[in-house]
Write a protein that binds this ligand. Structure first.
Ligand SMILES: [Zn+2]
Ligand SMILES: [Zn+2]
Length: 311
């Protein structure tokens, strides 16, 4: 089964505080029938509304770490889901302690969530599978920040095959055979067991499944590349310009050059910069710095949607 829909809408691209019209970290990823919310900084639910992202589509919320700019929007969003009478299961994946924070907030406001909420505490020390769905998988992997921080890798499963039109027109296989061929399967004849319509005659080779890596707050470390090698689209924080590299070192963050080197090393298809420090009003110089090392770099712009490309 293929995910087909796979895109990432930027909801927040700033670091610690909201500034210059930019919000703290959050992204809305649509994959297949689901949406995944990655990080939920303050103001996320307003951004979701502004960019018409459906709350009920969200199946999972991933929180990378417990710095406020990555999760202070969570209790507000959960409360709104309750007010909207959500019924669907929501899985919250984040650092140990996050469930306690939510529970305390609900307790003292004498509120309760009536929809099923499942919490999965994660603090991976190596790349590990967190979510297995029919059309996609999500892995977690460790980053290197001031407090434990997790990156997330979303991979679609084998995409639909493109079919060879001429062969289909010549032999006209039944509809169920065409459906199976698209999914990369061969249907044996129910009576003879023989495969009359081989995949190799009717379908082009399967394209590489697409993937998206979210590297939240982290300093540069070379081993990161091994956990996300060949990723189609890499989001890597780039809080600072190269000029402020010393500040990046002191705070456990990355510069534009660090992000670009990670993309190069991981052989990523494209790079998305984000988590910008409020000290920069104009982000064009940051983009230029990254592009000198990794030309396919882009800025995370709020409201903009990015699609991982087949490679
Ligand atoms: Zn942050
Ligand atoms: Zn942080």
């Amino acid at each position: 089964m293929s995910a087909e829909t796979f895109d990432i809408t930027i909801l927040g691209a700033n670091s610690a505080v909201p500034a210059h019209g930019r919000h703290p970290s959050s992204q809305y990823v649509r994959i297949g029938q689901d949406a995944l919310l990655i990080d939920c900084g303050e103001g996320t639910q307003m951004q979701l509304k502004k960019f018409r992202c459906k709350l009920n589509r969200i199946a999972y919320i991933f929180i990378s770490h417990l710095h406020g700019d990555h999760f202070y929007g969570l209790i507000g969003l959960l409360s709104s889901m309750q007010l909207q009478r959500r019924e669907r299961l929501l899985t919250l994946i984040g650092p140990p302690g996050l469930d306690e924070i939510i529970t305390v907030q609900l307790k003292h406001s004498q509120s309760a969530l009536e929809f099923p909420l499942r919490f999965l505490a994660v603090q991976p020390t190596a790349k590990e599978l967190l979510v297995e769905e029919p059309s996609y998988r999500v892995y977690g992997f460790p980053l290197q920040h001031r407090i434990p921080c997790t990156g997330f890798l979303i991979e679609e499963k084998t995409p639909f095959r493109k079919l060879i039109k001429e062969a289909l027109e010549a032999d006209r296989p039944p509809v169920e055979v065409i459906k199976a061929l698209r999914e990369g399967r061969e249907l044996p004849d129910p009576e003879t067991g023989e495969v009359r319509y081989p995949l190799s005659r009717y379908a082009y080779p399967s394209p590489q499944p697409r993937s998206y890596a979210y590297c939240s707050d982290t300093k540069y470390f070379p081993e990161l590349a091994d956990m996300i090698r060949g990723v189609s689209l890499l989001y890597h924080e780039s809080t600072f310009s190269q000029i402020d590299a010393q500040r990046a070192l002191e705070t456990g963050h990355s510069t534009t050059r660090d992000a670009a080197f990670s993309a190069l090393r991981a052989e990523a298809g494209e790079l998305l910069l984000g988590h910008f420090s409020s000290r920069y009003v104009d982000l064009a110089p940051l983009l230029a710095e990254a592009q000198t090392i990794f030309p396919s770099s882009h800025l995370s712009e709020e409201g903009k949607t990015f699609i991982p490309k087949v490679r």
